[in-house]
Design a binder for this molecule. Structure first.
Ligand code: GLU
Length: 254
């Protein structure tokens, strides 16, 4: 199965922006194992800005574009260094691809991107994709990696997009405010009622929230890709998903 796994900053790093070593080790071990079982995995990883913030010892996520872009440039190196080391333990090669909105809108760039991903997968390499934040401006930015994950999944012929987040899935109301909030297990259409369930807020270092995830779900579903939001706290949840167990919220393909 060809699967895109999107992992958010809050899953990869502590609130300080420094890497969550236990989490990342577990994630890379599970993904390596799923590759060993014959799955084609593409990772869409956030964390560049967050790790840059940690490495540059900034007190919080920068607001201005040049500092954000500088943090992304520093953090992207760190991110790939970590992935390269972790996947090397299991004899898997990683490759970095950084894209912007321009690249998916320009047919030639899109074709180049697709060809590269396909060839990497033929080589058994694990592509790690992020937005090229250091050159992105508002006009060309995809903006959040939930959408990036869905765009990638829809253009590389993936059957499934898994969004690993710091929440179990979509709730009927905000679970951090309402203890009786219920997890929605399956969504077959993004109705106005479903949209109302999504609050707006993400975490301090990441970009996404439930709204960006619903937007991603719409892109994925329209492209015939199923999407699952699951909690990345324990990356072994990826085994359950691959075994067809009910986990998090499933957005069914059309
Ligand atoms: N591309 C951003 C980063 O690597 C993340 C965007 C997002 O969190 O959605 O920091």
């Amino acid at each position: 199965m060809r699967v895109v796994v999107k992992i958010g900053t809050s899953t990869l790093t502590h609130a300080t922006g420094r890497i969550n070593i236990r989490r990342v080790e577990s994630l890379c071990r599970v993904l390596s194992d799923l590759k060993n079982a014959g799955n084609e995995i593409i990772l869409v990883s956030s964390g560049a800005i967050g790790m840059g913030v940690g490495k540059l010892m900034l007190s919080n996520k920068p607001e201005d574009i040049p500092t954000k872009q500088a943090a992304a440039a520093v953090g992207q190196c760190e991110l790939m260094y970590v992935y390269d080391n972790e996947f090397a333990k299991y004899n898997h090669n990683v490759a970095q691809i950084l894209i912007t909105g321009n690249d998916v809108e320009n047919p030639q760039n899109l074709l180049n991107f697709q060809n590269t991903v396909n060839r990497l997968l033929e080589f058994g390499v694990l592509p790690v994709i992020n937005e090229n934040d250091s050159v992105s401006t508002d006009e060309i930015a995809i903006g959040d990696n939930d959408a990036l994950g869905a765009i990638v999944a829809s253009h590389v012929g993936a059957q499934r997009l898994i969004i690993l987040s710091d929440i179990d899935g979509l709730y009927d109301k905000n679970p951090s405010v309402y203890p009786d909030a219920k997890l929605i297990k399956e969504v077959s259409e993004i109705t106005p009622e479903i949209t109302l369930m999504a609050g707006g807020k993400g975490t301090s270092l990441g970009t996404g929230g439930m709204v960006t995830k619903l937007h991603a779900a719409q892109i994925a579903m329209d492209a015939g890709v199923e999407m699952i939001i699951a909690n990345g706290r324990n990356p072994e949840v990826l085994y359950d998903i691959s075994e067809g167990k009910q986990v998090g919220t499933l957005f069914k393909r059309k």
